[in-house]
Design a binder for this molecule. Sequence first.
Ligand SMILES: CC(C)(COP(=O)(O)OP(=O)(O)OC[C@H]1O[C@@H](n2cnc3c(N)ncnc32)[C@H](O)[C@@H]1OP(=O)(O)O)[C@@H](O)C(=O)NCCC(=O)NCCS
Length: 144
Amino acid sequence: MKTTILEAAYLPDVAELERLCFVHPWSEAALAHLLKEPHFGVVAVEEGRALAYAGLSVALDEGEITNVATHPQHRRLGLARAVLTALLSEAKARGLCRITLEVRVSNTAARELYASLGFTPCGTRKGFYSAPREDALILEKTIN
Ligand SMILES: CC(C)(COP(=O)(O)OP(=O)(O)OC[C@H]1O[C@@H](n2cnc3c(N)ncnc32)[C@H](O)[C@@H]1OP(=O)(O)O)[C@@H](O)C(=O)NCCC(=O)NCCS
């Protein structure tokens, strides 16, 4: 397995990950946003196929993680941790100072993952998610 910056060739794989992992998946066209500077994404690739990804939307010196997803048949193997570690190191190299994200309050797997990488809670957004309606927890990490 290797991690690499998201390129156009991986968009079909990433769109498939979105469909497998989310009720409101990002389309390939929406994901193409991550190919345009200053935004970027990271994928974990095995035998030419992207099995996990994370995206970062950038504004000035801050980044917001758009989504993180691992193929359901390849979970608990460290892929999400690997893509987020690579994303954080790339963000640091690009001079970003702070990374934020939103996560469903009930999403224990993602919350454990982010906590293990040093993200801490800094707020909530009431009723942010639909299907099912749920609050979002806002997490942040300072990197530079
Ligand atoms: C959350 C998600 C990305 C984790 O992907 P993954 O590749 O399985 O995660 P990793 O193997 O890198 O796990 C890293 C750490 O995260 C935590 N974690 C991951 N899955 C977990 C679970 N089901 N329950 C509890 N903790 C979990 C653990 O701390 C784990 O470390 P450990 O395996 O050493 O205990 C994956 O479950 C997923 O795609 N879920 C659906 C999409 C989603 O909810 N994305 C997040 C949106 S904000």
